[in-house]
Design a protein. Structure first.
Length: 342
């Protein structure tokens, strides 16, 4: 009597395909500049050097994903930019405390190994690491049949940074009379996509046939590492905030000390066309402001005397501009006036 033979492959996990992806990763990372002393890819864990000449170093770590922007990538069958988003979402958080990103790891879980898709994602991660000037030291790819539907996947990123103790940005450095500057976003970044997709679904929009939305909805998150670290190195900022989920109000509130208030004039915000498009689809101002960055990807809190000096560290497209001031008050953030949707 013949017995059925059960294998891992028949259950939906193909180790051979996973090995091919690991070989691809090893091959492409071996061409990159980085940590030549340690060969981290393929090992059980990674080993890296700490940067030299860092006085009283502190380690800073964070993790994040790209949310349902993944579903936009699936709709468009375009996967070469969400790896940049993945890096951006973590490293933009690290720099809020003054940390220089040094290491990045990724986690990809997928229903079935798709080499073509994974290669595009991975190349995006490498590009993001290059922009952030940090090293991809490892990661994990998990094939999980039965957990995800056909063609579905998720990605997560883990970043580690380092900062000298005296250069840590904390609430104590923010003072009454400081200015609040907006640094433009590149677009929606990676927050609010469940609402974006809800609008697309209800309006029955085919984004593949809409050239504007096709480009705009997959546009990668701006990585602010180089500019912000230059400002920190030159002691030009007292605080900053990465404007992600929760929008301006919730994120600025996270860095404000007690008894001081960030008084924001929303009418000064230079919104982007994509947010005007979203606003026109029956979304209230309040919902827009607490869901999306509305054109402000990052905020700086500075001494007024440093205003002119700061602008030279940014390309014209992402030049910081004044949107508010730090005042005395119990409420940590006040959002005044209304955004002029463009």
């Amino acid at each position: 009597m013949n017995k059925k033979i059960f294998t891992y492959k028949k259950s939906g996990v193909n180790i051979s395909e996973a090995d091919k992806f690991i070989n691809f990763i090893s091959k492409i990372t071996s061409k990159k500049k980085g940590n030549k002393k340690f060969n981290n890819i393929g090992g059980f864990s990674s080993i890296s050097n700490l940067p030299k000449n860092v006085k009283r170093p502190k380690i800073v770590a964070c993790t994040d994903g790209v949310g349902t922007k993944i579903e936009i990538a699936n709709m468009l069958n375009k996967y070469d930019t969400i790896g940049i988003d993945l890096v951006a979402m973590s490293v933009n958080d690290l720099i809020v405390q003054g940390a220089k990103p040094i290491l990045f790891l990724d986690y990809i879980s997928i229903n079935k190994i798709d080499l073509k898709k994974l290669k595009f994602i991975f190349k995006g991660i490498l590009k993001g690491c290059a922009i952030a000037n940090c090293e991809l030291v490892g990661g994990e790819t998990a094939e999980m049949p039965g957990t995800y539907e056909k063609g579905k996947f998720d990605i997560a990123g883990f970043a580690v940074g380092i900062v000298e103790e005296e250069k840590i940005l904390n609430k104590k450095k923010i003072e009454n009379g400081d200015l609040v500057l907006a640094v433009p976003s590149s677009g929606i970044h990676s927050n609010g996509y469940s609402l974006v997709r809800h609008v697309i679904s209800k309006k029955k929009i085919n984004i593949k046939k809409n050239k504007y939305l096709k480009n705009e909805l997959i546009r990668p998150t701006k990585i602010y590492v180089r500019e912000i670290l230059n400002l920190i190195e030159n002691n030009l900022i007292n605080g900053c905030a990465n404007i992600t989920g929760g929008g301006l109000g919730d994120n600025i509130k996270r860095v404000m000390p007690d008894k001081l208030c960030a008084d924001i004039d929303l009418s000064k915000i230079k919104s982007l066309k994509i947010f005007s498009w979203l606003k026109k689809n029956n979304i209230s101002d309040e919902e827009m402001i607490r869901t999306f960055n509305c054109g402000v990807g990052f905020c700086l809190i500075i001494n007024p005397k440093n205003l002119k000096k700061i602008k030279k560290y940014f390309p014209k497209k992402f030049g910081p501009y004044l949107i508010g001031k730090i005042t005395k008050g119990k409420k940590k953030v006040k959002l005044n006036a209304k955004i002029n949707w463009r």
